[in-house]
Design a protein around this ligand. Structure first.
Ligand code: ZN
Length: 371
């Protein structure tokens, strides 16, 4: 028997009071992170040596006394914020990342994590019990099997205001593990095609899917021309909702087939751990990034591969997969988004930008698999 982890993500619907506490916790965890970062930064600049920290909950006591409102929120979430800082520090000192940055209210991802202690996080019918928040309404589109133990929960809010929870579970199972045997593929996230693989496969969304999107756009235009709350408006609204649902379901079907195909074909799949919100803001892609199904797709790849004894490895998002030449390994300092072909100044190679990135991702994964 071996222990495996699997995460389940759900939409949650906190009431006003609960949303207030959740937002307060976002703020408090950010404050703890920034306060300790400031302290450590000062220390680092004074001594310039690599200090790694083993955070302990007692470190928080003086800050809590200074700022009593910190005592109102989930204390484990505050400790978790310190842990995250510790990880950011390790990544910096082990040269995997730049120096940790301060989190800002505007540009940082709104989320906090908390651990399950004595059944403190649990599902009760259509509600999720969270420490300090109580029972929050949850949309359980997928059941967590009974023999899976809940380890932690990450509560987040999207820029459009909706709330989600990602529940990390642990379970034991006898799965025969498949060695990678160099049957490895790298996937580079692509805006329009979902991904480009290191074997130059592209996840072409089926044509009917594009047709549905055109249909949806037309239905939305029709709706906008109707008098609000009139009978015709109601009809048009229903039509929009129907097409939405059709798109959602056909996307899901398509992603199921595609993920099945990949986990059957390859023994190990390597992808980048993208922060979707960071991406959609940074690159101005807006809504479509979150909509193109990448998150759902990677979740499917993960759980499907676990049960086949295969591996999905997420590599650090700060790895410069696009800027590195997959032939000679030299790294460009600048690469504009408009440059669709990677031209290496060192060795003169030319290769499709996304294909180059996916090969780099596969190679990083290969080194990780060797351990
Ligand atoms: Zn090169």
């Amino acid at each position: 028997m071996k222990t495996y982890n699997l995460a389940f993500k759900y939409r949650i619907y906190p009431n006003e009071t609960q949303a207030n506490i959740i937002n307060q916790t976002f703020g408090c965890t950010r404050l703890v992170y920034n306060r300790f970062l400031a302290q450590r930064k000062e220390l680092y600049e004074a001594e310039k040596k690599s200090v790694t920290y083993n955070t302990q909950s007692k470190e928080l006591v003086p800050l809590k006394n200074e700022l009593p409102f910190l005592k109102e929120v989930d204390s484990i979430a505050l400790q978790q914020a310190l842990k995250n800082l510790e990880i950011a520090y390790k990544n910096f000192f082990q040269k995997r990342a730049s120096f940790p940055k301060f989190k800002s209210k505007k540009s940082s991802r709104k989320s906090y994590s908390t651990n399950c202690v004595n059944n403190s996080i649990r599902i009760e019918n259509s509600f999720l019990k969270l420490p300090k928040i109580g029972l929050v309404k949850i949309k359980l589109h997928r059941q967590i099997p009974q023999n899976y133990a809940i380890k932690s929960a990450t509560i987040s809010q999207e820029p459009n205001g909706t709330y989600y929870v990602s529940i990390l579970t642990e379970f034991e199972k006898d799965i025969k593990e498949v060695p990678s045997d160099n049957n490895i593929v790298g996937l580079d996230f692509a805006m329009s095609e979902l991904f480009v693989s290191s074997d130059n496969q592209r996840a072409h969304y089926p044509r009917f899917f594009r047709k549905l999107e055109t249909k949806l756009a037309k239905a939305q235009r029709d709706l906008s021309r109707k008098v609000k709350f009139s009978q015709n408006w109601n009809k048009a609204k229903l039509k929009v909702a129907k097409i939405h649902n059709l798109i959602k379901n056909s996307r899901k079907d398509f992603l199921h087939k595609l993920s099945h195909e990949l986990v059957t074909k390859y023994n190990a799949i390597i992808l980048e751990d993208l922060n979707m919100k960071g991406m959609s803001q940074g690159l101005n892609f807006g809504k479509s990034v979150a909509d193109n199904g990448w998150g759902m797709f990677t979740t499917m790849l993960q759980y499907k591969s676990i049960f086949l004894g295969k591996q999905v490895i997420k590599i650090d998002k700060w790895f410069p997969s696009s800027k590195t030449c997959s032939f000679c390994g030299s790294v460009k300092t600048k690469l504009a988004l408009s440059e669709r072909v990677y031209k290496c100044d060192e060795c003169g190679s030319q290769i499709d930008r996304d294909l180059n990135a996916s090969i780099n991702i596969r190679e990083v994964g290969r080194t990780l698999l060797a351990y």
